[in-house]
Design a protein around this ligand. Structure first.
Ligand SMILES: [Fe+2]
Length: 243
């Protein structure tokens, strides 16, 4: 059985609302390795007026962490790593994308997008344009958007066009409240998700993620859980998406 692949994680220190220190970033990575992750992609926020990150700064932070003596000392306990970003879906993202400067997943076949929590924007045309360039939009935590709490209609068209939704595992534990938890359970039932990820922001999240994986296995069975945790995310990186 192959290890898990995490396509949503905030382990780059002091760059968004994720970990504050390199030690915590490495502790988070080591914790994820312990519970079964082989590969964890950093997805720091690029979010206007909140986390004004840009690719050059994110790459420098990532390279700095990997070149640090602390990283070398911990290397035996760490998963493989990669770098992308969690893009707030606005004109800034679109300008970055059209300039070829968005932070796609390693391999270049997908890009992680998040929507505002209370609104599903009309972005189908832009998403089609991404797909024409060979980049699949990957949608962060649909269960956490209030228009989708009761039903999934708001993203049906996106699903039809091949947008890939990522379950935020910790939604299953109630970490974000009962409405996202219920929505996540319903979307699992509906087969909405293409993959599941941690969206971990601190080392203490690892225990919650482990609990969430156990819940996921109870809800959908071990085989489907493995698909969501390992095969699905790996296929996004390899560009072998078969949705
Ligand atoms: Fe996130």
């Amino acid at each position: 059985m192959k290890g898990y692949v995490d396509l949503h994680c905030h382990y780059l220190p002091a760059i968004d609302d994720g970990v504050r220190t390199a030690a915590d970033g490495l502790a988070l990575l080591a914790g994820l390795r312990r519970i079964g992750y082989d590969l964890v992609v950093a997805t720091p926020h690029i979010r206007t007026a909140m986390f004004e990150n840009r690719p050059a700064g994110l790459r420098a932070a990532y390279d700095g962490l990997l070149a640090s003596p602390e990283f070398a000392a911990a290397a035996g306990q760490l998963p493989h790593t990669g770098l992308a970003a969690e893009h707030w879906c606005d004109d800034v993202f679109w300008d970055l994308f059209t300039a070829g400067e968005s932070m796609r997943y390693p391999g270049g076949f997908g890009a992680l997008i998040e929507f505002p929590p209370e609104l599903i924007p009309r972005v189908e045309e832009r998403f089609f344009a991404m797909q024409r360039k060979g980049v699949t939009p990957v949608l962060a935590h649909p269960e956490r958007y209030s228009p989708l709490y009761q039903k999934s209609d708001g993203i049906e068209r996106m699903l039809d066009m091949g947008v890939l939704p990522l379950l935020d595992l910790m939604s299953l534990t109630g970490k974000y409240g009962s409405a996202p938890k219920r929505a996540a359970e319903r979307m699992l039932d509906e087969g909405v998700y293409f993959a599941a990820c941690s969206d971990a922001h601190k080392p203490q999240d690892v225990d919650v993620v482990a609990d969430a994986i156990a819940r996921l296995e109870r809800l959908v069975g071990k085989e489907e859980a493995q698909e969501l945790l390992a095969e699905g995310p790996r296929s996004i990186l390899e560009g072998t998406i078969d949705s």
